[in-house]
Design a protein around this ligand. Structure first.
Ligand SMILES: NC(=O)C1=CN([C@@H]2O[C@H](COP(=O)(O)OP(=O)(O)OC[C@H]3O[C@@H](n4cnc5c(N)ncnc54)[C@H](OP(=O)(O)O)[C@@H]3O)[C@@H](O)[C@H]2O)C=CC1
Ligand SMILES: CCCCCCCCCCCCCCCC(=O)[C@@H](N)CO
Length: 322
């Protein structure tokens, strides 16, 4: 029985990740990575350099940016390759974003790929979040993705080529305790992607929506400091992944023109169940045949998450009565 289940799972993962690569290298192509100075974005930037791309990394802190530029130079695969950074707060108003992106294109050519990796998570129960934090989550995670995308999208459509990547989270496939303000912003990113998918039908422009699980980045280490115990326990069940593994997979999926990029077992299962756009015939087939069964499994998992929350409540009650 266990063996059968393992084989079925392997088959499911293999089927849901089959697709051919549209672009084998990125020679002479300009790739922009927001949040490219740390964590997942930095891993993506380095992988893109290894494929021959000219890469721009965007962030606020110039020290971090210039150190990544140095690191990227160490991975050049041809003499013509160029890298640069731009210090930009992606929560700025649209005019500022537009000006910065237009300067970048003047310096390094039209943008072929945009990775929206700038983002962060402030955890906590919704009623305990500061008003500023709730707004910051939307400004950074949603508008910080929507505005750069608004800039590149019409140009890509005009040239009829280009790839955009949105970085959401597994916590936008399932509502999770402690990820309320952050999760909502990442659900908005997912919502934007789902509509843009249909607006791209009939064009060669591609959008990839990524759902990373916990990933061991500087941002993750920071968020762990204030993360509620319940959130740690629930989120941890998706495992802890390395930024290079997540960055590489994200880039590969984007180069395949996939709508979705997921990581690990939990990501594959959740994406089958919470399906949106059509990625491949085999994936749709799998969704149709596994839907009921997977729903049952995820309900059991969700009930175990509810138990974690209930246990937390009784622990806090006990502590306050002592
Ligand atoms: N790590 C994880 O567990 C997961 C992360 N994600 C998402 O992946 C993305 C990357 O996360 P991760 O690598 O962990 O984060 P890091 O904190 O390690 O890196 C974040 C990057 O974004 C930049 N950034 C932050 N705020 C701004 C801003 N206002 N304007 C421009 N750049 C900004 C940072 O540079 P600087 O501070 O100098 O501006 C840095 O380069 C985020 O969207 C995150 O929500 C999703 C699921 C899991
Ligand atoms: C067999 C079926 C498997 C289903 C298991 C469900 C597991 C749910 C795991 C949710 C993980 C959420 C990670 C959020 C990471 C994130 O966004 C933050 N680290 C922000 O930086």
């Amino acid at each position: 029985m266990v063996l059968f289940f393992t084989h079925v799972c392997r088959f499911v993962v293999a089927m849901s990740s089959d697709k051919k690569t549209l672009y084998k290298n990125l020679n002479n192509k300009h790739v922009v990575v927001t949040g490219g100075s740390s964590g997942i974005g930095k891993a993506v930037a380095i992988e893109a350099v290894k494929l021959g791309a000219n890469v721009t990394v965007i962030g606020r802190d110039i020290k971090k940016l210039s150190s990544v530029v140095n690191e990227m130079q160490g991975h050049f695969i041809n003499k013509e390759q160029k890298v640069q950074y731009a210090s930009l707060d992606v929560t700025s108003n649209y005019n500022t974003i537009e000006k910065c992106f237009s300067d970048l294109e003047n310096k390094m050519g039209t943008i072929f790929m945009l990775f929206n990796c700038a983002g962060m998570c402030i955890c906590g129960k919704f009623e305990e979040m500061k008003i500023d934090e709730i707004k910051q989550m939307i400004d950074l995670n949603y508008f910080g993705t929507a505005y750069p995308t608004k800039y590149v999208l019409p140009k890509m459509k005009e040239r009829n080529e280009g790839i955009i990547v949105f970085v959401s989270t597994e916590a936008a496939l399932l509502g999770i305790y402690g990820y309320s303000a952050y999760g909502a912003a990442k659900w908005a990113v997912r919502g934007l992607a789902e509509s843009v998918f249909m607006e791209l039908v009939g064009t060669n422009v591609r959008l990839t929506l990524a759902f990373p699980p916990d990933t061991d980045t500087p941002g993750f280490k920071q968020e762990e400091l204030t993360k509620p115990a319940e959130t740690k326990q629930i989120s941890g069940s998706g495992g802890l992944h390395s930024p290079s593994e997540v960055g590489r997979k994200m880039l590969q999926d984007a180069l395949k023109g996939k709508c979705y990029s997921v990581f690990g077992f939990s990501g594959h299962i959740l994406s089958l169940l919470y399906c949106g756009n059509i990625d491949s015939v085999s994936q749709v087939f799998l969704q149709i045949v596994t839907m009921g069964f997977l729903r049952a499994i995820v309900v059991v998992i969700m009930l175990s998450f509810h138990k974690i929350v209930r246990d937390g409540l009784s622990k806090k009650k006990k502590e306050s009565s002592n």
